[in-house]
Design a protein around this ligand. Structure first.
Ligand SMILES: Cc1cc2nc3c(=O)[nH]c(=O)nc-3n(C[C@H](O)[C@H](O)[C@H](O)COP(=O)(O)O)c2cc1C
Length: 196
C-alpha cells in the first residue's frame, strides 16, 4: 500500500516493494567472474512462467546455457561467426564468456498473425518477469536483440528451428560500480492522455 504523509511542506511517498523493484532495476552489461547455481535460474524461470499469455499454450521457450553450457551456444554461433568480421566474433564471444549464464528466449510459431503477435507480446512480459526476479536477487542482466543471434542455423543447432528469436539474456553477478547510470526517462505525463 502507498502511504502518503506530510513532512513539513514535503509530501513523502513510501513506495511498495514492487514499485521499488521496477524503478530500481537496471540493465547490467558487465559481470563478475562468479558462477550462478542452475537452481537459482530454474527458480526464477518457474516464477517468470506466470507471465500472462493469450495463446493456447505458453508461447515462450527458453534455452539456458549456464557455465560450461555456454560453449554449446558458442558452437551454435559458429556458422554466423564464419560470415562475420573477426572483431564481431571477438566482441560477441567476449560478452558470452563474461556472463555467468545466457538464456536464448524464443516465441513459438502460431498459425495466425494475431497468434504470433500475442506470442511475441507475452514473451516480452516473460522476459520482464525474468529481469525483475533477477534484479531482486542482485543478479544483473542485459536483454540483447542485436547482432548474430537471429540465425536459422543457430536455432537449428539448439533445437529452436521455426521459432521467433525474442532475446538473448546475458546474466551474471556484478560490482555496483558496473551498474550503468539510469537512462533518462521523461515524466509519464509526456506519454499520458487521460480522459476522466
Ligand atoms: C526489446 C529490447 C531490446 C534490447 N536490445 C539490446 C541490445 O541489443 N543490446 C543492449 O546492449 N541492450 C539492449 N537492450 C537494453 C536497453 O538498452 C536498456 O533497457 C536501456 O538502455 C534502458 O536501461 P535500463 O534497462 O537500465 O532501464 C534492449 C532492451 C529491450 C527492451
Amino acid at each position: 500500500m502507498i502511504e502518503k504523509r506530510k513532512k513539513g511542506e514535503v509530501t513523502v511517498m513510501t513506495k511498495t516493494a514492487a514499485q521499488k523493484l521496477i524503478e530500481e532495476r537496471r540493465t547490467v552489461r558487465m559481470f563478475k567472474e562468479e558462477p550462478i547455481d542452475t537452481k537459482v535460474l530454474y527458480e526464477v524461470l518457474q516464477s517468470a512462467h506466470h507471465a500472462p499469455f493469450h495463446n493456447k499454450v505458453e508461447p515462450w521457450n527458453v534455452y539456458v546455457f549456464n557455465g560450461d553450457g555456454k560453449q554449446v551456444l558458442l558452437d551454435a554461433l559458429e556458422p554466423a561467426f564464419s560470415e562475420a568480421s573477426e572483431g564481431q566474433r571477438e566482441k560477441v564471444t567476449g560478452r558470452i564468456l563474461n556472463a555467468a549464464a545466457c538464456m536464448y528466449v524464443t516465441a513459438k510459431h502460431f498459425e495466425t498473425d494475431k497468434g504470433n503477435r500475442d506470442a511475441l507480446l507475452a514473451t516480452a512480459t516473460f522476459i520482464q518477469n525474468i529481469q525483475l526476479l533477477l534484479s531482486e536477487r542482485e543478479i544483473g542482466m542485459v536483454w540483447r536483440t542485436g547482432g548474430l543471434f537471429d540465425d536459422a542455423r543457430l536455432k537449428e543447432m539448439i533445437g529452436a528451428e521455426g521459432e521467433t528469436f525474442i532475446g538473448l539474456l546475458q546474466i551474471g553477478k556484478y560490482d555496483t560500480e558496473d551498474i550503468p547510470a539510469p537512462k533518462a526517462r521523461q515524466p509519464i505525463d509526456s506519454h499520458l492522455i487521460m480522459f476522466e
